[in-house]
Design a protein around this ligand. Structure first.
Ligand SMILES: *Cc1c(COP(=O)(O)O)cnc(C)c1O
Length: 366
């Protein structure tokens, strides 16, 4: 394994930074229920009269800056220590923070394997980072390891791997992921947003072994909570501490923390929904197989399916829009010519989708 020196990777301005210390950091005994009623909080310029909401849940107080209750819950579910967990306002906040901690604008570069999630590149450009691309193999959408050698240099700070990958849906081979983590002395971000839909195991248990690994998960997909914006970063406690040092003080709202806590209580419903999505994924794939005009159905370990419909992607997309079915047109992005990405819906939604795709081709070939 290459030598990995975390401190030497951190931007000097971040190392030197004396972080903002919020009222709720300086006095943080408040989530002890007994205390809460006795303590007179006059430290954060909140409105002690309360809000104008006519409900018992008061939102007049700033939320826990470190989301301790929520992290405890996530820690139990995922069997990862709370000190290895960071919660962000969506995974996108975590991507932003990692760039801020590790990349000098106009000097450093990051590496992505397109076609993949767009935010890795956008966020890099926002930070003035040179984002270098190594396209996935055309045949199987796997990473082309040979090409890494020529692209990595001493200014390469972050490599993004998305597995299962969006928009292609496949898992990246575990041996490839390990190979990259082992040979790279910068940070590897492994985005596991769709891991719950995959047969493959998460790398979350391996963070002790790989000090340069940052795993991204989210409550937006399998947990069905895209609206409350909670992304999960899993990494060594040293990396988590750097994230905590520079994050916005109250980055997860009180409502989001409460709703997430409630949702995470119901693991049975989570598992039930997950099972149904996998059943529906099979159903949709089997129905797609019966439609000979669909040229390719890419294998999926996620809650969406990428299909290729030669020459008809735009027309099919527009036809579906007319029927008020919105799928994602990916036909313009690299290695996805003529491709549409379709999220798995409910049984009713999927039937409606398939009926309309069949009708489209009937019309085309009448
Ligand atoms: C949907 C998705 C996410 C989730 O982003 P949030 O900001 O947590 O909602 C992250 N990565 C990938 C690849 C995704 O497709």
């Amino acid at each position: 394994m290459l030598k990995f020196n975390l401190l030497s990777l951190i931007r000097k301005n971040i190392v030197k930074l004396n972080p903002y210390s919020s009222a709720r950091i300086e006095y943080n005994n408040y989530d002890n229920k007994k205390n809460k009623d006795i303590i007179t909080f006059l430290d954060a310029n909140e409105n002690s009269f309360g809000s104008t909401l006519c409900e018992k849940n008061f939102y007049n107080r700033y939320p826990d800056p470190f989301q301790r209750k929520l992290k405890n819950k996530i820690s139990k579910i995922k069997k990862i220590s709370t000190s290895n967990i960071f919660l962000g306002n969506g995974s996108d906040e975590i991507i932003d923070l990692v760039y801020r901690i590790f990349s000098y604008p106009n000097i450093d570069n990051s590496i992505i394997f397109p076609p993949t999630y767009g935010m890795y590149e956008i966020m890099g450009k926002i930070h003035g980072v040179d984002v270098r691309s190594i396209p996935l193999n055309k045949e199987d959408y796997q990473i082309n390891l040979n090409k890494l050698e020529n692209i990595i240099d001493k200014y390469s700070k972050i490599i993004f791997i998305c597995s299962p990958n969006n928009p292609t849906g496949n898992d990246i081979k575990e041996e490839y992921i390990i190979n990259i983590i082992n040979r790279f002395s910068g940070i590897v971000i492994l985005d596991e947003a769709y891991i719950d839909f995959s047969n493959k195991e998460s790398f979350s248990k391996k963070i002790e072994k790989y000090p340069n690994l940052v795993i991204l998960q989210t409550l937006s997909k399998s947990w069905g909570l895209a609206g409350i914006r909670i992304g999960i970063g899993i990494a060594s406690k040293e990396i988590i501490n750097w994230m905590n040092k520079i994050k916005n003080p109250y980055n997860i709202s009180e409502t989001s923390q409460k709703i997430a806590l409630n949702a995470l209580e119901n693991k049975n419903l989570f598992l039930c929904n997950l099972k149904n999505i996998l059943i529906e994924r099979n159903y949709v794939i089997n129905e797609f197989k019966k439609i000979s005009y669909i040229n390719k159905i890419y294998p999926s370990s996620a809650n969406f399916i990428l299909i290729k419909v030669k020459n008809y992607s735009k027309k099919l997309y527009n036809y579906l829009v007319k029927k008020k079915i919105i799928v994602r047109d990916r036909s313009k992005i690299i290695l996805c010519n003529h491709c549409l990405r379709i999220t798995i819906g409910t049984k009713k939604e999927n039937k409606f989708l398939i009926k309309n795709i069949k009708n489209f081709f009937k019309k085309m070939y009448r």
